[in-house]
Design a protein around this ligand. Structure first.
Ligand SMILES: [Fe+2]
Length: 296
């Protein structure tokens, strides 16, 4: 059973720009580079949460999920392999590079690499934000949420629920747009999917939640001061009630920088909303690419 989003890896030609964006705009804690020159960032006690690897194209390199232990990972491995995918066990060096005790990895039918990890390394009390800020809301709710663009919404919905075991949170039907949201802990969603065009694969945003609304405003100020595009204005979502702004990262992937998302429990009943936001989230930069599209 997947417990939370543990970590994320990106590929991008813009690693240098990410170093400044990650620490100065987002307030992440930059640590020493990975062996391949990846920029690496912490956001709490975990030794590392975000890898930004050098790459020719912008892409999601891997999504790391946290499970309790290897026994749990093996149970999920069996279910996924029954569905047709082949899982591989990381060797000791590969696991250490991700700062976990171990993981199994596979590529899902949509083309995304997932890593089922356990034993994430932590160093309590050593997180130092890249700029003064209140810190990030993680813990049992994990790193945040990721919104993927999938080639086939119905196939992806079935895979993420029936095979990987995510629970449906709700659905937004906004005009012709359909967005599906999934949880695996008290965070309203750790994963969401949309399918803007058949066959298209990519990602829209990574959400990071901070402990103070002021930090959202300060991040927007820093963007304005340093010419980093704010792609959507501050607003409040209908479903998770997150008050957030969308910041345009150097790899096109937006960072939803938010505060105040609701927590849900086992009694949560999926709902259907007719729009994404109660207020705000106005598109400010229609001139920029609408999402990180990587093809298939
Ligand atoms: Fe979001």
């Amino acid at each position: 059973m997947i417990r939370s989003m543990a970590y994320l890896g990106l590929n991008t030609p813009a690693v240098t720009e990410w170093r400044t964006f990650g620490s100065d705009i987002l307030g992440l804690h930059a640590i020493d580079d990975g062996a391949d020159g990846a920029a690496r960032f912490r956001m709490d006690d975990a030794d590392c949460r975000l890898w930004v690897h050098p790459g020719i194209h912008n892409d999601i390199a891997y999504i790391g999920w946290s499970l309790s232990d290897e026994r749990e990972a093996l149970e999920l491995k069996a279910v996924i392999e029954a569905g047709g995918a082949k899982l591989h066990r990381a060797d000791a060096d590969e696991a250490a590079a991700r700062r976990v005790r171990g993981y199994y990895w596979f590529t899902d039918p949509m083309g995304f690499r997932h890593e089922l990890s356990w034993g994430q390394y932590v160093s309590p009390g050593t997180f130092v934000p890249g700029r003064p800020m209140s810190g990030f809301r993680t813990g049992d709710q994990g790193m945040g949420h990721i919104v993927l663009l999938v080639p086939d919404l119905r196939a992806a919905d079935l895979f993420y629920r029936e095979v990987m075991g995510f629970n449906a949170s709700d659905c937004i039907m906004d005009g012709t747009r359909e967005l599906l949201f999934y949880h695996c802990n008290g965070r309203h969603h750790s994963l969401a999917i949309g399918s803007p065009a058949p066959g298209m694969r990519g990602a829209h945003h990574l959400m990071l939640e901070v402990n103070s609304l002021h930090d959202v405003g300060i991040a927007v100020d820093r963007c304005v001061e340093t010419d980093v595009p704010v792609s959507k204005s501050i607003g409040c979502h209908t479903n998770d009630r997150m008050v957030s702004a969308y910041l345009y990262s150097p790899s096109v992937l937006r960072i939803e920088y938010g505060y105040g998302g609701i927590a849900i429990d086992d009694l949560w009943e999926p709902k259907t909303y007719s729009r994404t936001s109660l207020w705000g989230h106005k598109e400010l930069r229609p001139d920029l690419p609408p999402a990180m599209i990587v093809g298939n």
